[in-house]
Design a protein. Structure first.
Length: 432
């Protein structure tokens, strides 16, 4: 049996990244179940972020090594989620890297994964270690982390946290906060926060109409492939969902029973048991989403609305899985990557339709959108077009602060002038 290194490398070379690795999957699942509730979600985000850098080989290798070391420290050493890390904890990580355990130091560079010829499977290299030391005359030198290497580490983590902020996984960047207070800071660093207008990427009303119209057309032409897509985007838009909240991962499989009817008021809600920061919430369900749910369930051959505690998977596979722990199963939920592929295909199809109709600029903008843009769009449209109260949107979106929700409130200078023009300084003037 193949031995594992004392720290499991988490990310194989780019050509193997999307396939996943059984050893890594089991390792992440064990952490998720027993130690850190959102480890699988963090891992998915890390894979997605690394995928964006897969075409720069040097960057990819540096980034994956740093993420592996950092997530090992979070999960295995401290037993915490990256969302819990603050500047003080980041300093503890720096100290850990300055003086790592001796058993985690290697003195020659080796591959993180190797292929076992007997069964053709990629496995962690038992000789790999997360830290690389130096020798002099074949004798190990005291481990030393240079200032340049430390600065690179923190820059990588800051970039990763910037990605997590845009994905609304967390609202703070502890690596950036540490850098700001460190000897490396030469000027105040500007956080990559959600209140940067360019980071709130949402579809315009016209663009979103093309997305929904494309989904409806695809569902009519190829229901076996796209009834699922139509319901997926309808649900994510209506309930402001992150893709991780409707995707299966270790410890969580979304089911129809998350649609719940309140026995006293008769209103429907969509229950989210685990989300960013470990919070749970119930999102108000619109009448149109109920119509979409009934259509989707009719296509699946189910009753019009879910029964209490119904365990039917929310999103079925089009065909049974060919390998892995779900091999042979169709009646199983889909993961983040599969759902993202469905949405990306829909967005590109909608962009093509917009371009055919002469909306070239809109089409270009649409092609820059991501599945997370659907959450932003639902929030933006509800506040600015549907006039929902900010407090209601805040609760449904799961925002910690009304300030975060307020960032979606779009007003122009003209609109602000119009609402300010008639303001009175003394509203009671002239009243006896």
């Amino acid at each position: 049996m193949q031995d594992n290194p004392p720290v499991i490398p988490l990310f194989d070379s780019p050509q193997y990244l999307d396939e996943g690795n059984p050893t890594v999957n089991q390792h992440v699942a064990d952490i998720t179940i027993h130690h850190v509730y959102d480890a699988a979600l963090v891992y998915e985000h890390a894979v997605d972020w690394l995928s964006e850098h897969r075409f720069n080989e040097n960057n990819y290798k540096t980034y994956r090594s740093e993420l592996t070391t950092y997530l090992h420290w979070c999960f295995d050493v401290e037993g915490i989620s990256p969302a819990e890390v603050n500047r003080r904890m980041m300093n503890a990580y720096v100290n850990y890297c300055m003086d790592p355990p001796k058993e985690l130091i290697a003195y020659r560079n080796v591959a993180q994964f190797v292929t076992v010829k007997e069964w053709g499977e990629r496995v962690p290299n038992p000789l790999w270690r997360p830290f690389l030391g130096k020798k002099d005359n074949n004798q190990p030198l005291a481990y030393r982390l240079s200032d340049k290497a430390l600065k690179t580490k923190m820059a990588i983590l800051s970039a990763y946290y910037g990605y997590l902020i845009n994905e609304e996984y967390t609202e703070r960047n502890p690596a950036m906060m540490w850098m700001k207070q460190s000897r490396f800071s030469v000027s105040p660093l500007r956080g990559n926060m959600l209140d940067d207008e360019e980071n709130i990427k949402s579809f315009s009303e016209l663009q979103w109409s093309y997305v929904i119209s494309a989904a409806e057309a695809l569902a009519s032409k190829q229901p076996d492939l796209h009834e699922r897509t139509l319901f997926l985007v309808s649900l994510m838009y209506s309930c402001y969902l992150r893709i991780s909240e409707v995707a299966a991962r270790p410890g969580f499989s979304p089911v129809m029973g998350q649609f719940r009817r309140d026995s006293h008021s008769g209103v429907w809600g969509f229950f989210i048991p685990v989300s960013k920061g470990g919070k749970r919430r119930t999102v108000a369900v619109s009448n149109q989403l109920l119509v979409a749910l009934k259509r989707y369930r009719e296509y699946l051959g189910l009753s019009a609305l879910p029964t209490p505690n119904e365990s039917t998977p929310l999103f079925l596979r089009h065909k049974a899985a060919g390998r892995g722990r779900d091999a042979g199963l169709r009646n199983a939920n889909l993961g983040v990557r599969q759902l993202r592929d469905d949405i990306n295909f829909l967005i590109q199809t909608a962009a093509d339709l917009a371009q055919e109709d002469g909306f070239e600029q809109d089409a270009q903008e649409m092609r820059q959108m991501t599945p997370h843009s659907i959450r932003h769009t639902g929030i933006t449209h509800d506040i600015n077009l549907n006039g929902r109260p900010l407090s209601h949107v805040q609760a449904d979106a799961g925002h910690d602060s009304i300030d975060t929700t307020s960032q979606y409130l779009h007003t122009t200078k003209i609109e602000r002038h119009e609402t300010a023009a008639a303001k009175q300084i003394n509203r009671l003037k002239g009243i006896n």
